[in-house]
Design a protein around this ligand. Structure first.
Ligand SMILES: [Zn+2]
Length: 206
C-alpha cells in the first residue's frame, strides 16, 4: 500500500487564485517557547490551496460544509490524464474515459496545471459540457489540479451543474506525481459552521 500526499503546502507566499495579494494567507507567531509554548495563528480564505467547495458556494440554499455527509469526502477514485489537453476539458474528452468513470466515484482530472508553483491565468479547466457529462454519471466528487475548476465561463456553469447535483468540487490538488489509474481518495474538510468551502488535506492510497 502506498500513500500519496496530493495537498499543496500552505505558506504566506504560496500561489493563490488570480495572484491577488489579499488572498494570500497570513501566518503569525503569537507565542514562542521562551514564553512557554510555540503557538501560531492563521488567517486564510476557505478557498486557499487544496480545498473543497460545498453546494452553498454557488447555489442558493445549498448545503454548507459541516452538513455534508462524511462519506462524500472519501472513496473510490480514478485519476484521468489530460496533460495533453489545452484550454478546457469537454464532455467529448471525458467520453473517451467513459468506462473508467463509475457511479459514486471521485473523478480527479490531472492536467498541465502546476498550482504548487505559480498561478496560471490560462489554467486548464472543466468546461460546462464536461461538467454535464460527469453529473450524468452520478459521481460523488470531481477534483482538479488548478486553483479553480473553471474560468472564462459567464455565470460559472461548471460549478452550478456539479454543485446543483451535490457533487463536491476539490480544487488545488497536486497531481504532478500521480499516474492515471484507480486509487482510494481521502479529503476531509474542517467542521466550520455555515462554510461555503474548507481547506482539506487530500491523500490518495493505492
Ligand atoms: Zn473553491
Amino acid at each position: 500500500m502506498k500513500t500519496y500526499d496530493i495537498s499543496l503546502e500552505i505558506s504566506e507566499n504560496m500561489p493563490v487564485y488570480k495572484d491577488k495579494p489579499e488572498k494570500k494567507p497570513k501566518i503569525s507567531i503569537t507565542r514562542t517557547l521562551k514564553e512557554g509554548t510555540n503557538e501560531a495563528r492563521i488567517e486564510a480564505d476557505l478557498h486557499t490551496g487544496t480545498h473543497v467547495d460545498s453546494p452553498y458556494h454557488t447555489i442558493s440554499g445549498g448545503k454548507t460544509i459541516e452538513k455534508i455527509s462524511l462519506d462524500k469526502f472519501f472513496g473510490n477514485a480514478v485519476v484521468l490524464d489530460f496533460t495533453k489537453t489545452k484550454g478546457c476539458i469537454t464532455g467529448n474528452d471525458l467520453k473517451k474515459h467513459s468506462s473508467s468513470i463509475k457511479k459514486n466515484s471521485i473523478v480527479l482530472l490531472k492536467t498541465r496545471n502546476k498550482p504548487m508553483k505559480i498561478f496560471d491565468f490560462n489554467f486548464t479547466y472543466l468546461e460546462k459540457s464536461g461538467a454535464k457529462f460527469l453529473a450524468s454519471r452520478k459521481i460523488k466528487a470531481v477534483g482538479i489540479d488548478g486553483l479553480g475548476v473553471e474560468r472564462a465561463q459567464e455565470g460559472h456553469p461548471t460549478h452550478n451543474i456539479l454543485l446543483g447535483k451535490n457533487i463536491l468540487i476539490f480544487e488545488g490538488l497536486d497531481l504532478s506525481k500521480i499516474k492515471e489509474g484507480s486509487y482510494t481518495f481521502y479529503g476531509f474538510p474542517l467542521k466550520i459552521k455555515n462554510a461555503d468551502a474548507s481547506l482539506v488535506r487530500a491523500v490518495l492510497i493505492r
